[in-house]
Design a protein around this ligand. Structure first.
Ligand code: M6R
Length: 369
């Protein structure tokens, strides 16, 4: 069933161009307007939404964190992202116009299910973004949006992650279209960018030889750090989680801006650091700010592995390795930048002789609180 691949994880990483394309399939009409009938929620109810809370765990939480940047930017609706188990047992502020979006590959994660039930009790409207048809979480929710990524077998989530971002972007664009906000007019061009993501992901996958080589060299690493900024910050967190989960290496993701507030103390000669660059079109010169961060850690001996868009000359003087992804817009970058980090973790764990599909102590679906 692995189709000749060494693991399900490897297979699922390679399936991402199709998985994302399937998430996007059939979501627009002939005029390019979004249709999300599948949600089965009265559009008038959605128009009134004044706050969004995304609840999820693990990788799904990181896809929510990524989508927050786009949803707030496109809809101007305040959006929070919270770990489902934290949301459930504090005292969140929920009103009738609060939309709680749960994100879950399996649709069976107990922590997320409890958060959804709690949100409903408090009167929120609930939508599940899910990859498994008829699972408990979408059944318990007012509406569902399926990612259609196909079954994910490996414990480490890969194609579900990129499809969740795509699905959450669809929801954001749909809300912006319904509300006629600032970005409603741009929704079509953003949809075009989104529809180009699968081909870009394929390009990234086709160029992974060097990343695999680096992973094999780094099989003995004791600690790897990941830095990202803006929409790439959650990618640093997800890259670190992949490495922890399947390669059992201490890994931590940081917001690049946070470096000088503490984490830079960790940098000593030889410390490998992945830097996930924001694209050049990210506002406020954030690209340049992250280049300065690379410079700072390099001066302290860090080994810098930089993931950035092609043709980025600014990072070259400070990068030990440059891993390029195709040029796209800032919001689409995360779906391309995560690919090398998934491949890196998978290859490194394989080089260590570990069972990448069944990491120790973990289950694919966590059905207890
Ligand atoms: O099925 P779910 O998306 O609700 O699962 C949530 C997390 O348990 C899951 O993403 C977990 O963190 C993965 N092992 C990550 O690779």
């Amino acid at each position: 069933e692995k189709g000749g691949h060494s693991s399900f994880m490897e297979k699922e990483i390679l399936e991402q161009p199709h998985a994302i394309a399937d998430t996007l399939l059939g979501r627009t009409d002939s005029d390019g307007a979004l249709i999300l009938d599948e949600l089965n929620i009265d559009p008038e109810r959605l128009k009134a939404i004044d706050k969004i809370i995304i609840v999820a765990c693990g990788t799904a939480y990181y896809s929510g964190l990524t989508a927050k940047y786009a949803i707030e930017h496109w809809t101007r609706i305040q959006t929070e992202v919270e770990l489902a188990h934290e949301f459930r047992y504090r005292d969140p502020v929920i009103g009738p116009n609060t939309l709680v979006v749960s994100m879950s590959q399996s649709g069976e994660t107990m922590d997320t299910l409890m958060a959804v039930k709690h949100a409903k009790e408090l009167g929120a409207l609930t939508i599940a973004i899910c990859n498994t048809y008829g699972a408990t979480i979408p059944r318990e929710s007012d509406g569902a949006l399926y990612t259609h990524a196909g079954p994910e077998i490996a414990v480490a989530s890969t194609k579900a992650f990129t499809s969740q971002i795509a699905a959450c972007y669809l929801l954001g664009l749909y809300l912006s279209q319904l509300r006629g906000g600032t970005y409603a007019d741009d929704a079509r061009s953003i949809m075009t960018e989104l529809s180009e993501v699968p081909a870009h992901v394929q390009t990234v996958l086709d160029g992974m030889d060097r990343v695999r080589e680096i992973a094999r060299f780094m099989a003995d690493s004791r600690s790897v750090l990941f830095l990202g900024r803006h929409v790439q910050f959650p990618i640093a967190l997800e890259g670190a989680l992949k490495l922890k989960e399947i390669a059992y290496i201490h890994a931590e993701g940081f917001a690049a801006g946070e470096l000088k507030h503490g984490p830079i103390a960790l940098i000593e000669p030889g410390q490998p650091v992945f830097i996930i660059m924001p694209s050049h079109d990210t506002p406020h010169d954030l690209h340049a700010k992250v280049v300065s961060n690379i410079q700072e850690i390099r001066a302290r001996g860090a080994r810098t592995l930089v993931i950035t868009e092609e043709g980025d000359e600014a990072v070259r003087p400070f990068a030990d390795e440059v891993i390029e992804v195709p040029k796209t817009s800032m919001m689409m970058m995360p779906m391309l930048s995560i690919i090398p980090l998934q491949v890196f973790a998978c290859e490194l764990a394989t080089a260590k002789g570990l069972d990448v599909d069944q990491p120790r102590n973990l289950a694919k679906s966590v059905t207890v609180e």
